[in-house]
Design a binder for this molecule. Structure first.
Ligand code: SF4
Ligand code: SF4
Length: 231
């Protein structure tokens, strides 16, 4: 077979063989990856959150539609298209890449991807892996106070650990309002702010049985964020 007849090559006007750049991209996509990289690809594919996106993940065409609509990409160097490519390549640098934390799960990429890939979900998997390795703990530790608030009170809300800062910002009236909140709610007939003890107990069972509490404990992000009177 002459150079001209080989797939991916043709002749320039001077007659010298010219390589088709798209054939290089295609060739690279089928190059066998080292096992460590395949392990990362498999780990992403095996995550239950990827159940609707496996084929999309494997067939990302690097069109960039995800990046074009991503609010985080608009204001930072973060690129969902780049995350999709590196995840598919099993690139281990993703496991210590802080940029995946710019994503805030708006799911724009997810809803627009022509392949039904989801960088929003890929990021969730990568973030979990970063937290498991310890690298990503710095990104979640600050949020653990909300998890503890949920465990303590059975519902979301502003953790008590932030009350002093809020009081400093909003003034003494806010602190007085919080101190009298239950009394005010009673007066206007809307009952207590938080679920009853039985419901709180049920929420705690869910958070314990699903491993949520243990997970926060395992990364050292539990017990340090409740106000002294809440411990
Ligand atoms: S929109 Fe989908 S197919 Fe296009 S680059 Fe992003 S993840 Fe890949
Ligand atoms: S979910 Fe994340 S990656 Fe996707 S568009 Fe929103 S911020 Fe960007």
């Amino acid at each position: 077979m002459t150079e001209k007849e080989k797939p991916g090559t043709n002749s320039s006007e001077s007659g010298a063989p010219k390589t088709n750049p798209y054939s290089i991209i295609a060739d690279n996509s089928f190059v066998e990856r080292p096992q460590a990289r395949m392990d990362l690809v498999q780990r992403i594919l095996d995550d239950p959150r990827m159940h609707d996106h496996k084929e999309g993940f494997l067939s990302c065409l690097q069109c960039g539609v995800c990046t074009s609509g991503c609010p985080a990409a608009r204001f930072t160097d973060y690129s969902p298209r780049d995350i999709a490519r590196r995840a598919l390549e099993g690139d281990p640098t993703l496991l210590e890449d802080d940029s995946v934390w710019y994503c805030f799960y708006c799911y724009t990429c997810h809803s627009r991807c022509p392949r039904k890939n989801s960088v929003a979900v890929i990021n969730q998997v990568i973030r979990s892996m970063q937290v498991e390795s310890g690298y990503g703990v710095k990104h979640v530790a600050m949020f653990s106070a909300w998890g503890e608030q949920f465990y303590d009170k059975g519902m979301g809300g502003t953790p008590h650990v932030f009350f002093q800062d809020i009081a400093d910002a909003w003034g003494p009236k806010w602190k007085d309002f919080i101190a009298r909140r239950d009394e005010i709610r009673e007066l206007i007939g809307v009952g207590g702010m938080y679920p009853n003890e039985e419901t709180v107990g049920e929420v705690r069972v869910i958070m314990e049985d699903t491993g949520f509490k243990a997970r926060l404990e395992s990364i050292g992000a539990w017990g340090g964020h409740r106000a002294e009177d809440e411990k």
